[in-house]
Write a protein that binds this ligand. Structure first.
Ligand SMILES: Nc1ncnc2c1ncn2[C@@H]1O[C@H](COP(=O)(O)OP(=O)(O)OP(=O)(O)O)[C@@H](O)[C@H]1O
Length: 325
C-alpha cells in the first residue's frame, strides 16, 4: 500500500502525493511517458530510493521510514525483474539464478539446484544453465531475470519494462509467461511498460503517471476507455495532446495546436480479451478477486468502462460455452 508518496531530486519533483493499493494477487500495469518517474517509483517501493514524504507499507513494514535492517528483510518479499535482466556477466545463468538463494538463505546446494531448475523450466530456459548472459538473446536474458526474481517465492513481483528491446512475437511470449507466473504463484504483480499491447492484454488494472501525478489507477477497461486527454493521447500514440516531446506542452502551445488543426475524434480502442493462463495451469485466483472487486465498484465507473467490462464478460462466457479456453 502506497500512501501520499512524494519524491524529488533536489529542486526537481518527480511525482507527488501518490496513493494506491496494489490489489493482492492481481496484475497491474504502470504506464507513463518517458521520464515520468516509473523506475524511480519501483525503486521507492523496495526502499532503494527514499521519497521525501509518504509511506509504502508491506505487511506492516514501512519501506520508506523504517530502519534499513527491517527494509532489507522485507525486500525478500519482492521479486525484481529489471530492464536488461541485470545479470552478472561473469556468472552462468544457473549461478545468476541461484544467487538470491545463496545470498539470502541457508539452503543446501541440492535444494538450491531443485529450485533453480524448476524456475528455469518455468520460464523456458531448461538446458541453458551453463550459458553466460553474453551468449544468449535479450529475450532469454529477460526470462533469466524473471527466473531469478522467482527463486525466493516472492509475494510481489515488479517488472521494469519487460518488453524493452523485444520484437512483437517475443513480447507476446513474455506477456503469456507473466500471466502464467501469476496463475502458478498468485503473486501481486506490477509491470512498468510503454507497450500498449501489454497494457491491453495482460493486466487486471492499469495506472498512469503523468505530470508528477498518478492520474489514474483502475480496472484495465476503465483506462482503455478513458477520455482523459493525456491517457487517450498516450494510448493512441498521438503527437497531438497535452504530452509533449520532452515535457508537457504549455497552455499556449496547446491552444495554437488546437487552432491549427482541431484534433479529430479518436477511435475508441478495441479492447482485446485478457490473456488466460496456458492450458494445464490453474485459473488465476487474482482474476477471481479482481472480478469481485470490480463488481463492487462497477456503479462508480464511467458508462463506457462498465460497457467494456460487461462485454468482456459476455465474450468470455460465450467462449467457454463453446468449449473455448
Ligand atoms: N538517482 C537519481 N538522481 C537524480 N535524478 C534522477 C535519479 N534517478 C532518476 N532521476 C530522474 O528522475 C526522472 C525519472 O526517471 P525514471 O527513470 O524513473 O523515468 P521513467 O518514467 O522510468 O522513464 P523511462 O520510461 O524513459 O524509462 C528523470 O528525470 C531522471 O533524470
Amino acid at each position: 500500500m502506497v500512501e501520499g508518496l512524494t519524491k524529488a531530486f533536489g529542486p526537481q519533483t518527480i511525482w507527488r502525493d501518490v496513493t494506491l493499493t496494489l490489489p493482492e494477487g492481481e496484475v497491474s500495469v504502470l504506464l507513463g511517458p518517458s521520464g515520468t518517474g516509473k523506475t524511480v517509483f519501483l525503486k521507492s517501493l523496495i526502499g532503494l530510493l527514499k521519497p521525501e514524504r509518504g509511506r509504502v507499507l508491506i505487511d506492516g513494514v514501512d519501506m520508506v521510514n523504517d530502519p534499513d535492517r527491517k527494509v532489507y528483510e522485507a525486500r525478500r518479499r519482492f521479486g525484481l525483474m529489471f530492464q536488461d535482466g541485470a545479470l552478472f556477466g561473469s556468472l552462468t545463468l544457473y549461478d545468476n539464478i541461484a544467487f538470491p538463494l545463496r545470498e539470502h538463505t541457508r539452503k543446501k546446494e541440492s535444494e538450491i539446484r531443485r529450485i533453480v531448475m524448476e524456475r528455469m523450466e518455468m520460464v523456458g530456459l531448461a538446458g541453458e544453465e551453463r550459458k553466460l548472459p553474453g551468449q544468449i538473446s535479450g529475450g532469454m536474458r529477460k526470462r533469466a531475470g524473471l527466473a531469478r526474481a522467482l527463486v525466493l517465492d516472492p509475494e510481489i513481483i515488479l517488472c521494469d519494462e519487460p518488453d524493452s528491446g523485444l520484437d512483437p512475437v517475443r513480447t507476446a511470449y513474455l506477456s503469456q509467461l507473466l500471466i502464467d507466473v501469476n496463475a502458478r504463484i498468485d503473486a501481486t504483480m506490477l509491470i512498468v511498460t510503454h507497450n500498449i499491447e501489454i497494457a491491453a492484454t495482460v493486466p487486471d488494472n492499469i495506472g498512469m503517471l503523468y505530470r508528477r501525478d498518478l492520474v489514474a489507477f483502475g480496472p484495465r477497461e476503465a483506462l482503455l476507455t478513458s477520455d482523459e486527454p493525456a491517457v487517450a493521447q498516450f494510448l493512441h500514440g498521438d503527437p497531438r495532446g497535452p504530452i509533449g516531446m520532452s515535457e508537457e506542452k504549455d497552455a499556449a502551445a496547446l491552444a495554437a495546436e488546437a487552432a491549427a488543426a482541431p484534433a479529430p475524434r479518436r477511435r475508441t480502442i478495441e479492447i482485446p480479451p485478457q490473456l488466460r493462463p496456458s492450458p494445464g495451469l490453474p485459473p488465476r485466483r487474482g482474476e477471481e478477486r479482481h472480478a469481485r472487486r470490480v463488481d463492487a465498484m462497477l456503479p462508480t465507473l464511467p458508462y463506457s468502462a462498465q460497457q467494456a467490462i460487461m462485454a468482456g464478460r459476455r465474450n468470455r462466457q460465450e467462449a467457454s460455452g463453446h468449449g473455448g479456453a
